[in-house]
Ligand binder design. Structure first.
Ligand SMILES: Cc1cc2nc3c(=O)[nH]c(=O)nc-3n(C[C@H](O)[C@H](O)[C@H](O)COP(=O)(O)OP(=O)(O)OC[C@H]3O[C@@H](n4cnc5c(N)ncnc54)[C@H](O)[C@@H]3O)c2cc1C
Length: 446
């Protein structure tokens, strides 16, 4: 969650100021009792940031649907546009709504702890109280969707949201996907000023409570003493002592390079080795000398090509000069396509980025007519960029692929806790915050 400023010059040599984000522009989890609300309430910061409501448009093979931000409106619109599918739409959305209600009520009832960590009797009671959430775990999303819906455009609309967690919707379960429908229940939001505003706020809270933030400081390994965590060693060689370490580094490196030769339980080690990484991405930030007529978020499917466009300056004019826009294009790359990027020589890398950018900008031009003519500035991130900044294997952006085992927040190494997108809660700010709450409770519960 970071933002930066660029000041490209226009054809009259006038510098134009744009604020770009590293892709995070549609944040969920701000509904009553949802993880981000919970965190901000706990910190006494619920009202600090100005959250701007993001509207969604879906463009599925040329069919344009502007999605209402409320559930009743969504159901009504889809039942009107796809009248022949209305009973299936109602049944599908009804099922999703029940699971969503149970998941969020169940999250609060579990006091933001993983259900599997609750005492057994409490777990059983939880399953009785929240049967829709309990039954959703591990159930394939596609199976539920296809039971109710036949129309390919509708299937496209309900699958495009998966872009927020995976490049492969077939791998998702109802527990992965139903929270994404929260965008049409509690809404998705953009923090005014840019994505960086949220981490900046969290940094202020940490420092206000006596904590210290060390930016641009790599951790090279965890230090251990008598089989338990004792601290971290920094790239400078300095050691920071700590009885507890919470790591939101890439899930593989937390137990790989950072942990070294620690004797993990064989089954755990094997599962880690088998973890699939999930997608990387091509991300293009564009400074435009025009304001595209589109909402803040557009999901696009053109045949096999799927990508997202974000247009946050339509919500927050401070991100671009008047008459300009800061546009962001995100295209996921499957794990197998991301790998080859990492071995490219510098010249090949630049060529590959340019070729991909050209192809994607051309495709985006079918959604934003004349896009090409209005580009004042653009910059492209590819798997090596994410490898560098997220420090994830293969430059994966979503932690780990969906539909597989993920480690629990409490590592087998005493004193080591894990959080972030690689956990069972999955990727996305809301999910990462929930994993952080899980980790914090695991530490506090001892
Ligand atoms: C392009 C893109 C678009 C996205 N869009 C959205 C969106 O619109 N909405 C949404 O909710 N989510 C979005 N996400 C997902 C969301 O950003 C992530 O799921 C979330 O930020 C994960 O949080 P995290 O704490 O696990 O990891 P990160 O945010 O990746 O933070 C991990 C940090 O640890 C640092 N680190 C790793 N190893 C070390 C080490 N050894 N030493 C020191 N530091 C280290 C990394 O450099 C990084 O800064 C997007 C992600 C990407 C990449």
């Amino acid at each position: 969650m970071t933002s930066w400023v660029r000041k490209p010059r226009d054809r009259n040599r006038v510098a134009r100021r744009f604020v770009f984000d590293a892709g995070v522009q549609d944040i969920s989890g701000l509904g009553p009792g949802a993880p981000l609300s919970r965190l901000l309430n706990l910190l006494g910061e619920r009202e600090t940031l100005h959250w701007l409501p993001v509207r969604h448009r879906h463009v599925v093979d040329g069919v344009v649907i502007d999605m209402p931000r409320d559930w009743a409106g969504l159901e009504q619109l889809l039942c009107t546009r796809f009248a022949e599918e209305a009973p299936g739409i109602r049944a599908f959305l009804g099922e999703v709504r029940l699971i969503h209600r149970d998941l969020y009520a169940g999250m609060q009832a579990a006091r933001y702890r993983p259900i599997a960590q609750l005492p057994l009797a409490e777990q059983m009671q939880w399953r009785r109280l929240f049967p829709h959430a309990a039954n959703a775990a591990g159930r394939p999303y596609g199976e539920c969707l296809q039971r109710h819906i036949r129309n390919p455009t509708l299937l496209g609309i309900f699958s495009l949201l998966a872009e927020y967690v995976t490049d492969d919707p077939a791998r998702t379960s109802l527990t992965d996907m139903v929270p994404l429908f929260g965008y049409y229940i509690d809404g998705g939001f953009y923090p005014a000023g840019g994505a960086q505003k949220l981490p900046d706020l969290l940094c202020r809270v940490i420092e206000r409570h006596g904590g210290k933030i060390r930016l641009k400081t790599g951790v090279t390994r965890f230090t251990l003493c008598e089989g338990r965590i004792a601290g971290v060693e920094l790239t400078s060689g300095a050691v920071v002592h700590a009885p507890v370490v919470i790591s939101n580094a890439d899930v593989a490196s937390s137990h790989g390079t950072l942990l070294g030769t620690y004797d993990l339980p064989p089954r755990y080690r094997q599962r880690l080795r088998q973890l699939q990484r999930g997608p990387s991405a091509i991300l293009i930030n564009l400074g435009l000398a025009t304001v595209p007529d589109m909402p803040a978020r557009v999901f696009v499917k053109q045949g096999d090509l799927v990508f997202g466009l974000s247009n946050p300056s339509v919500l927050d004019p401070s991100l671009a000069p008047p008459g300009h826009a800061a546009l962001c294009l995100l295209h996921l790359l499957p794990e197998a396509e991301a790998g080859p990027w990492l071995g490219l020589a510098p010249a090949q890398y630049e060529q590959a980025k340019e070729a991909h950018a050209r192809r994607l900008i051309e495709a985006a031009g079918r959604v934003v007519p004349g896009l090409d003519r209005h580009i004042l500035h653009y910059e492209v991130a590819a798997p090596p960029t994410f490898l560098r900044y997220i420090r994830s294997e293969n430059g994966s952006i979503y932690g780990a692929a969906r539909g597989q085992w993920c480690p629990a927040v409490r590592s087998p190494v005493p004193g080591l806790f894990l959080a972030g997108a690689g956990m069972a809660t999955g990727p996305g700010v809301e999910a990462a915050v929930l994993s952080g709450l899980h980790a914090a409770h695991a530490v506090m519960d001892g």
